[in-house]
Design a protein around this ligand. Structure first.
Ligand code: HEM
Length: 517
């Protein structure tokens, strides 16, 4: 190295060091309130540029995201400070902090971690501020009980088609993965009930929508747990932003098709509906909002896509899990069947019957404890006083692993088991409030919670009445450690949902399947 080159190198090194120093001072000064708040909590030592993101790299060694998450939470303090992607975070399983945040009416913004979902759709799920307030106000009436009560005929129609497809698989002695059939059912029910358009995905076996929804969620969660993919620049450079947009194209086409169909029938149908005093459902409310110029046609399509994902995938995963659960836990399945027969006999089960099935209710609650959306996150825009000691300052990001709360041994007698008795009236009464949040809580809770529970229960109850299931997979005792998982919005088994179906011998009358009518 000659003298001049050496001088240039030294000058560059000094310049670089000074830049980093000045950047650090400005960063610390700007974030002084946040840094002071974070100092109360322990956390991994942040490294330059990567912060605490390196802890997620451990996940590359395991196939099970769920186990990774639980290990992370078990080793962590109840509340920890983390620097992720240059931003300040606390990660907390503290019940008091979580409930203070989710129920706070002023703090409704999600963190920027949700932004990569916008490649798929930019609707209510990812919206912030006034955009979110406006959309939520428009769609909330579409989830009211009187609207849901009007869905019985639609449910009945789609359940019969589902049962016919199971009937074809029954008694073959072979195992079948039930997920696509469950998802086709939830997509059909969702379109009919919430959008007012019958698309008959089950009959037409249009599984590309289901593949598209599932694949897009897989891509989102793979990215969420892999810090090497966090940068938009890197993600785009690897061609993944384009791939995600391509993967979700089928959903967009379906949303556009459904909106066009509904608009084409709108005038006539709407007059009929108003005459019959029908309450307005989701898509009609959105069309009203287009007409009054509250939202654009494009925004309406974004909302439909978002609901396809949020509304159909979550309930399909829950149904597939319950069927797999019935195969893996035969005693539980028998008890569920006996309750159905005692309360309803062998006739078709309707929404009205569901409130008379407490054991089914306990099973669904226990299922949602395990398969819950593992983490939700909020960006704090207004200081939140949690108690005398904790005020969360504006600017803070908060990761709330609901999954941790749902498996905390302080609140659950058998945290890693599938134990519906966690939800017996006595056990529910003993448990403190705010430790069970499968649908979150407060202003940004899941608006589809009642619908989800109904659609899951009504299909599983009607199916169990006619079919029993079995599986070659051994019954897991510790369901966290005995199975491997991936996350596609909710927690899914890596091995899938393979079961054998057996027609119940005491089936007194054949199901009147008029699927092909
Ligand atoms: C078992 C089924 C379901 C579970 C476990 C579930 C869970 C959740 C959770 C935890 C959230 C909050 C997410 C967050 O704060 O980041 C949420 C939000 C949401 N869910 Fe669900 N959900 C389910 C089914 C449904 C259904 C059936 C629909 C619609 C028909 C739906 C529509 C939505 C929407 C639109 C949001 C965003 C709400 C907002 O940001 O204001 N979900 N869901």
């Amino acid at each position: 190295m000659d003298f001049a080159t050496g001088n240039v190198s030294s000058a560059l090194a000094v310049f670089l060091a000074l830049t980093i120093l000045i950047h650090t001072i400005i960063h610390r000064w700007r974030n002084r309130r946040l840094i002071k708040f974070m100092a109360q909590f322990p956390g991994p030592i942040p490294l330059p540029f990567v912060g605490s993101a390196y802890i997620y790299l451990k996940q590359f060694n395991t196939t099970s995201v769920v186990r990774f998450l639980l290990q992370l939470l078990a080793n962590a303090e109840e509340t920890e400070s983390h620097w992720l992607g240059g931003s300040p975070y606390i990660m907390t399983t503290n019940r008091e902090i979580i409930n203070a945040i989710v129920t706070n009416l002023k703090n409704i913004d999600k963190t920027k971690d949700y932004d990569s979902l916008k490649v798929i759709s930019a609707g209510i799920f990812t919206a912030t501020g006034n955009q979110w307030r406006k959309t939520r106000k428009i769609v909330n009436p579409g989830f009211r009980t009187n609207v849901l009560d009007s869905f019985d005929d639609n449910f009945s129609y789609h359940i019969k088609i589902f049962l016919e497809s199971i009937s074809r698989l029954a008694d073959t002695g072979e195992e079948h993965d039930v997920f696509r059939a469950c998802h086709a059912f939830t997509l059909d029910s969702f379109c009919d009930n919430m959008l007012g358009v019958r698309i008959d995905i089950q009959k037409r076996r249009l599984f590309n929508f289901s593949i598209s929804v599932e694949e897009s969620m897989n891509m989102f969660f793979t990215r969420a747990f892999n810090p090497l993919l966090w940068s938009d620049f890197v993600y785009s450079l690897l061609g993944k932003t384009k791939k995600l947009a391509d993967v979700s194209r089928d959903m967009r086409l379906l949303a556009e098709d459904v909106l066009n169909k509904r608009l084409a029938m709108e005038d006539l149908q709407r007059k009929e509906d108003i005459k019959a005093g029908q309450p307005k459902y989701f898509l009609e409310l959105l069309i009203d909002a287009i007409e009054s110029k509250e939202i654009s046609r494009e925004q309406c399509i974004e909302e439909i896509i978002e609901l396809f994902v949020a509304g159909s995938l979550t309930s399909a995963i829950s149904i597939a899990w319950l069927i797999k659960g019935a195969a893996m836990y035969p005693n539980m399945a028998d008890k569920m069947y006996r309750e159905l027969i005692e309360v309803c006999g062998v006739r078709e089960i309707t929404q009205e019957d569901l409130s008379k099935l407490p054991y089914l209710d306990m099973i669904v609650k226990e299922l949602l404890r395990h398969i819950t959306l593992p983490i939700i996150a909020r960006h704090i825009t207004n200081d939140i006083r949690v108690n005398d000691n904790i005020v969360i300052p504006a600017g803070m990001n908060v990761m709330m692993p609901i999954f941790g709360l749902h498996h905390d041994p302080r609140f659950w007698e058998r945290p890693n088991e599938f134990y519906p008795e966690h939800f017996s009236p006595e056990n529910e009464a003993k448990r403190p409030k705010g430790v069970y949040l499968p649908f979150s809580s407060g202003p940004r809770n899941c608006p589809g919670n009642k619908y989800a529970v109904r659609v899951v229960k009504i299909l599983v109850a009607n199916m169990m009445l006619h079919f029993n299931c079995s599986s070659s997979e051994p019954t897991p005792t510790d369901i966290i450690n005995d199975l491997d998982y991936r996350i596609a919005l909710l927690v899914c088994p890596i091995k899938g949902w393979r079961v054998r179906f057996h027609r119940r011998r005491q089936e007194p009358e054949k199901t009147q399947v008029h699927a092909a009518a």
